[in-house]
Every structure is written in structure tokens, then in C-alpha cells.
Design a protein around this ligand. Sequence first.
Ligand code: CA
Length: 362
Amino acid sequence: MERRNFIKNLGVGAAGLAACLSSRVAPAFAKNKPINWKMVTTWPPHFPVLGESADMIAKWVKEMSDGRLNITVYGGGELVPALGVFDAVTQGTVEMGHSASYYWAGKVPAAQFFAAVPFGFNAQSMNSWILNGGGMELWEEVYAPFNLKPLLAGNTGVQMGGWFNKEIKTMADFKGLKMRIPGLGGKVLKKAGGNAILVAGGEIYTNLDRGVIDATEWVGPYHDLKMGFYKAAKYYYYPGWHEPGTAFELTVNTKAWEKLPKDLQAIVDAASYKSNMWVISEFEAKNNDALQELITKHHVQLKQFPDEVLKNLKKLSKEVLDEVAEADPMSRKVYDSFLKFRDNIYAWNKVTEELYQQFKHY
Ligand code: CA
């Protein structure tokens, strides 16, 4: 790989030099020399939607920069482990990472707020808070000690509650349940008496099929269908109380970012914005067809968590968030910003989205 890149660089460099010499114009050589970056991801190579969107970011950046910035994308485990993305970008082993910030809760508790908060923001509110409501400034502050610049790169929309092999009728059904569920939702499950297990996407199906875990959540019907979970579990619960609009992150090593010319920085920023819109649009456009296929073709039993269960999970979520904020000053700061923005956006939603939901059908 290294050798191939080297030869490629040499080729482009030589061609560029020849072009400059022939036109007798002073070459802006340093500016035009292609920059080669590596992006590691938490997803299997070319994984539907998530891996695809990482591939597309690289493609868009290449197109927009006319080949001046070339990003090679690596699936989880190809260059570093799926959950080794944060460390690899922090250490500068690679320039970029594509993941979700709640995977780093163990290292940086405050990071979780920028992925998903149980009973928290949907995609629209998450975008508003992070991009235009002060969230991004805080996220940059949270990541600065780790040499990381964060960018938003996608959102799943409201997720599904997950795949279970037994029905969830009361809170007692969570007792002893071994479930793959990341982030703050995992902490809520623990409070409910279950065991939250963090497993990267590529290993979930095998764990569920072999009974290493009793249940799993993943994303939503379009992606879950591709993951084949219906072959290993029969109940598909909604709603995804734990992930009402999970954001994906693109991280850039700050030293690499600072070295990048301003126009290329703007191109990376534009590609992340485009991806942020593409991912949510892709999921929302395809989820319902996939859900119908799961029900009619694969005989999955669609179930809603009982109201009483959701009420209790919400109560436990509040306790978890208070505890996270109590234990870590940066989490307190981020949570306060989240709460302030929530009051603001919910007041607006009351006279817009909420009312509209009641009257939207003809
Ligand atoms: Ca999920």
C-alpha cells in the first residue's frame, strides 16, 4: 500500500512538474502536490450506509479538490480495530476517523452527548444544537486535549428499540438481560438490572446467534434487515428510546488539520455537511420498506415497549444523566448546554412539529 502510494505520488508529481516546465510558469508545486490521508472507521469495509458514507466522503473530497486531497478509507480491523479509531486519530497514526462519539464514553464521558442521549434530541434538534446552537464549540473543547477536531457526518434518525428473544412486558424483564447496547442507553439498561455489552457491528450477529448476548439493538429496519438479526431473534421492539437521533462523527487529527490549506479544510467541512444530510435521507427513505419486508417476508413480530416500561426507562435515563454530569465537570458543562437548548427547541416544537404530527394525515 505504502509503496503503491509512493509510486502514485511520484507519477503525479512528475507529471505536474513536466506540465509546469512546459508552460514556463513558476510552479505552485507545494500547493498542487496531492496530499494522501488515511481514514479508519468503526464499520466493516464498505458497510451499507455507514461505511458507504465514509467512502463517499473520500470520493467527494477527491472530486471537490480535483485530486489534491486523497483519502483512503479502511474498515474496522483493516488497519486498526473497529473501536481503536479514537486512539489512532489522537496519536496521529492516521489523519481521520469515522465513528460515533458514544464509543469513547470510557475515555471521554462528555463525548456521549454528541452521539445520542436517551429520550433526548431527534436528528433535527441534534443538528440544530450541534451546528447552530453552541454544541460544536463544546464538542471541540471536549476533543481538544485528544488532538481531535470533530465534524458531524450523519444521523440515523429515531432508531428501533432492538431485537429480543423474549417479550418485554415489565421492567423485571430487563433483569439479567445481556444486551448489546452502547453509550448512555447501556447505563440505563444496567440501572434496570441488565448487562450492557459493547460489541462492534461486525460481531453482533454471531454473538446473538450463539447466545453470548440475549438481545441487541442496532439502527433501524433498513440496516437491521441487512444485518440479518431476524434470523437470530423474533421480537423487534420500538421505539429506540435510547437513540432518538444518533449522530456519526468525522474526526480529524488537529496537527494534520492545521497543515491542510484553507480551501481543502473548507472542502472537508463541506463533504461532512453533505454526508450529514445523505445518511439521514438514506435511512428515512428506506426504513419503512425494510420494516414491511421484515414483517411480511421474515415473520418478525413487531412490538411496542409498554408505556409503563418507557416511563420507567425515562426516569432511569434522567438518573443516569444526572450521575454522569455529577462525576465529570466537562459532562456537566455539555449537559447544561443540552438542557438549555432542549427547553428552547421544545418550546418551539410545541407550536410547530408537535401540533403538526397530530394533523398531518388527510
Ligand atoms: Ca443503535
